[in-house]
Design a protein around this ligand. Structure first.
Ligand code: CMC
Length: 435
């Protein structure tokens, strides 16, 4: 970051002396006021509970311009990356800062491919769960458990350990997600197959059985690969900030990523894709397109507690560029699978049409986000609704691990320790009659 010529001055209405703060510039986007010395100089904290105006770190990985609806990974626009790269190109880019050349790509792909198997003991660990456990509960446990299985890559001060743990996490997530699914179905686990692509291998581990050959459908493979690309990183969102905060204590990467998985599960974050599809299915069962108007009235009524899932975003105040690409993929997949008349897709399009014209949504700048169409794509390719957020976690793992690694390399990095505005009881004595 670069020091700006500009300075920020904080003045007080009670005559206390004003304080000057340095301002730093990034490459694009808002400047930041460096308030690290505020408490020392004034005895006051800043107050920003939802991080509405707070940059929690310096980062060179992902950039979002919410007003323009722009998303860049390492400077490259998401639509160009989605059209020209596969998911492992994106992983390499996010981790290393540049797209791989041919040799680097072949080496990286082979490295990831040769780490996809998991320690056989993990099968027994998984068997401790109920078969009807939610896949995100299982995944939180499995990812946390990796630190018990791979001690040889948990020394965060060792760059080789950090590299190996990154590769292991990216490589093993599809295996763990597919295992969680197979377990819920009471089917045998399918081992990874090294001559398939990252995404093709995941599809096979999900849908093959030992009884017959499984052929990867290229359209489905491309669509799922795109879902992975679109979810790979997203700046300092809730789960990424969780991974950074958890990792800031010096814990091992598997523990930090398990914390991210837990955070992602919530319906305001990664859980929105599952919630969005459930909303569409419920609306379809209760009258479909004919009832959209009535449903929208409920969404706009603050007392109903109903939100249009897959709509709105803290940062995007314009169309989420990922939603545009996801809508395109949705059309492609439905047409390739002969599902052009899918009623849920029609319903989603109608909801979007009405929302984009409605003053409630216009005034609040609410647009479809990535989760609005991703559930329809996943459902079309046979992924059960309860697994949607686990797929998101699989894809976001590279972002989490890159952000964690970037934090550890930052000379300004300290354990994250927010403060508070205390509004509880003042010091008081325990009553004398309590012994
Ligand atoms: N449906 C109806 N009203 C909404 C919605 C929605 N989906 N989203 C926001 N609003 C209204 C909200 O009621 C508020 O209105 P008012 O100003 O009158 O009180 C206004 O818009 C601002 O909302 P907010 O909750 O203060 O905004 P936020 O930035 O804190 O929340 C959000 C962002 C994503 C949590 C929220 O838009 C939401 O709950 N959306 C639905 C869940 C969803 O799709 N989440 C996925 C996010 S993208 C994937 C990811 O990154 O995980």
């Amino acid at each position: 970051m670069q020091l700006s010529d500009k300075k920020a001055t904080l003045s007080f209405s009670d005559g206390s002396p004003s304080i000057e703060f340095p301002v730093y510039q990034g490459t694009v986007g808002p400047d930041v006021i460096d308030i690290r010395k505020l408490y020392g100089q004034s005895g006051m904290f800043t107050y920003d509970p939802g991080f509405m105006s707070t940059a929690s770190c310096e980062s060179g990985i992902t950039y979002i311009d919410g007003d323009k609806g722009e998303l860049l990974y390492r400077g490259y626009p998401i639509d160009q990356l989605a059209q020209k790269c596969d998911f492992l190109d994106i992983c390499y880019l996010i981790l290393n800062g540049e797209l791989p050349n041919e040799t680097q790509k072949a080496e990286f792909d082979s490295n990831v491919t040769h780490h996809t198997m998991v320690n056989e003991q993990l099968h027994f660990f998984l068997r401790g769960f109920r078969r009807d456990a939610h896949p995100m509960a299982v995944l939180t446990g499995l990812v946390g458990a990796l630190s018990a299985f791979y001690h040889d890559s948990t020394d965060i001060t060792n760059p080789h350990h950090r590299h190996v743990s990154a590769i292991r996490l990216i490589a093993k997530m599809p295996t763990l997600v597919a295992m969680a699914y197979k377990y819920s179905q009471g089917q045998p686990f399918i081992y990874p197959q090294n001559d398939l692509s990252y995404t093709g291998n995941f599809l096979r581990m999900m849908f093959a059985t030992p009884c017959e050959e499984y052929k990867v459908n290229e359209v489905v493979e491309r669509a799922l690969d795109r879902i992975f690309i679109l979810h790979a990183d997203h700046e300092q969102n809730a789960s990424t900030s969780t991974v950074r905060l958890c990792g800031s204590s010096g814990t091992n990467p598997f523990a930090a990523i398990a914390a991210g998985v837990g955070c992602l599960w919530g319906p305001a974050h990664g859980g929105a894709n599952e919630a969005c599809l459930q909303m569409l299915e419920e609306l379809q069962a209760n009258g479909g397109v004919a009832k959209v108007g009535e449903f929208m009235e409920k969404v706009k009524d603050k007392n109903s507690g109903v939100r249009l899932m897959g709509f709105g975003h803290r940062v995007y105040k314009n169309y989420d560029p990922r939603a545009k690409l996801m809508q395109e993929t949705c059309k492609e997949v439905l047409s390739a699978l002969g599902l052009e008349n899918d009623p849920l897709f029609k319903l989603a399009m109608e909801l979007e049409r009405i929302a984009l014209e409605d003053q409630y949504f216009v005034d609040r700048k609410l647009y479809p986000n990535v989760d609005f169409y991703s559930g329809i794509v996943q459902r079309a390719i046979g992924i059960p609704t309860s697994l949607f957020t686990a797929i998101f976690a699989l894809a976001r793992t590279v972002g989490w691990i890159a952000q964690w690694s970037e934090m550890l390399s930052d000379p300004d990095y300290k354990i994250g320790r927010p403060r508070q505005l205390y509004t509880g009881a003042q010091t008081r004595d325990v009553p004398s009659n309590r012994g």
